[in-house]
Design a protein around this ligand. Structure first.
Ligand code: ADP
Length: 393
């Protein structure tokens, strides 16, 4: 008898052959569902371990046959069903009866490779006989399974990131195309002379201009995130007069708030407040957050405030808008994630504003967080920056 390799599909898994000679057991790749265990590949010493030909294993009924000792058949069946649900890696010990009629205790370990793969699992079965003395046995398998599990985890993570990137690209191209189409549309109307009055010409021109600004914002967000990610974003900390900055935020959003019938309050209190920050980046964060607050609010109002506390300036941007469910908090500051695709499309935006804001705030030495009582109950975003040292104010 010899170590054998039997495969229906070759090249679908790592090369275990170097190990197979050492292990008193074998490895397999199988298709698993809650009702089926279908071996696709078997590497190693199945025959050596059991005395049966490897084709017995490949038929798939090996574990249902008399080979597994009676007391272990039910636990083993349950173990396989659990493997299909993806709750493993796990291991089980059970007894098999070899062709010569000897009982042998074995250990089996299995890891579900990927559910996207239709429930493929990789497993190994080794004899536990002589475990204490031999250098081979489950130690080898355990070590290798562990490495495989690590790779598998990484693989899943990469797949997830890749999927997020695809979604992001789809969303981004939509966000780039929408304003661009609008610009082209209005400019076509103008150049073809499809306007009936100077007034209408002005409206078309203004629409094209607004879409151009929107497009510029999306592109800037994309450039910012790539600069941040590649570590090329630079900040320059200086003394910032926060009251003046808040006045500028008010000016930026007053017309928009009025148009939506929203009450806009911006306050830094009576006393001058000075922060240590990059003034342009701080303004960018405030405009991002206040812009979101107005964007996601259709009734009530938005307030932006700054107070000086414990060596820090705390900004709060509060709105009475659509709110954020608690279970979505952890997604908010993740790149490429938008809470509600349909709402986002309705409201526009690249989905990068909060991520950029978080990076910028942290680069300036502060932190940012969100609070909402839930859907429809408004949102508060608060963030800090260091206060400008007192003696120098
Ligand atoms: P976007 O460009 O989509 O606004 P952001 O990164 O600024 O991107 O925000 C990400 C998502 O967080 C938004 O799509 C929205 O679902 C949610 N969000 C952000 N700010 C608010 C807010 N003030 N009220 C409700 N939801 C918000």
């Amino acid at each position: 008898m010899r170590n054998s390799k039997y495969s229906e599909e070759s090249g679908t898994q790592p090369d275990w052959s170097a190990l197979s000679g050492q292990i008193p057991g074998f490895m397999y790749v199988a298709q698993v569902t809650s009702s089926e265990f279908r071996p696709l590949n078997c590497i190693g010493g199945f025959e050596k371990l059991t005395g049966f030909p490897v084709t017995d294993f490949m038929r798939g009924d090996f574990f249902r046959s008399d080979v597994v000792s009676r007391r272990d058949r039910v636990p083993l069946r349950k173990f396989r069903a659990r493997a299909a649900s993806g709750s493993l890696p796990a291991s089980i010990r059970y007894e098999i009866v070899t062709r010569e009629g000897n009982t042998l205790e074995v250990e089996e370990k299995v890891t579900l490779l990927s559910t996207a793969d239709g429930g493929k699992a990789i497993g190994g079965i080794v004899s536990l006989a002589g475990e204490a003395s031999g250098p081979t046995i489950s130690g080898i398998l355990g070590k290798d399974m562990h490495r495989y599990e690590e790779l598998e985890k990484l693989n899943r993570h990469l797949l997830e990131v890749n999927q997020l990137k695809d979604e992001f690209l789809a969303n981004t191209s939509h966000e780039l195309r929408t304003p661009l189409n609008s610009i082209i549309g209005f400019l076509t109307l103008i150049t073809e002379g499809y306007y009936e009055s100077v007034e209408e010409l002005k409206i078309f021109t203004r629409n094209a201009l607004e879409s151009s600004y929107h497009l510029l914002n999306v592109i800037n967000d994309l450039l910012d995130i790539s600069r941040i990610e590649s570590g090329k974003m630079q900040i320059q900390i200086e003394k910032v007069y926060v009251n003046e900055l808040l006045d500028q935020v008010y000016e930026t959003f007053k017309v928009q708030a009025d148009e939506k019938g929203l009450n806009l309050e911006v306050a830094a209190g009576e006393n001058p407040v000075y922060g240590a920050a990059d003034v342009r980046k701080l303004k960018q964060v405030l405009i991002n957050l206040a812009g979101n607050a107005i964007k996601f609010t259709s009734e009530g109002g938005v307030s932006v405030s700054a107070v000086s506390r414990d060596g820090q300036i705390e900004f709060r941007i509060t709105d009475t808008g659509i709110g954020i469910p608690k279970d979505k908090y952890d997604k908010l500051f993740q790149k490429f994630i938008q809470l509600d695709g349909s709402a986002t499309r309705r409201f526009g935006g690249s989905g990068l504003g909060l991520v950029i804001s978080k990076h910028l705030v942290e680069m300036m030495g502060g932190h940012i967080d969100v609070e909402s009582k839930g859907t429809g109950l408004g949102t508060t975003v608060f963030f800090t920056i260091p206060k400008w040292p007192k003696e120098e104010t």
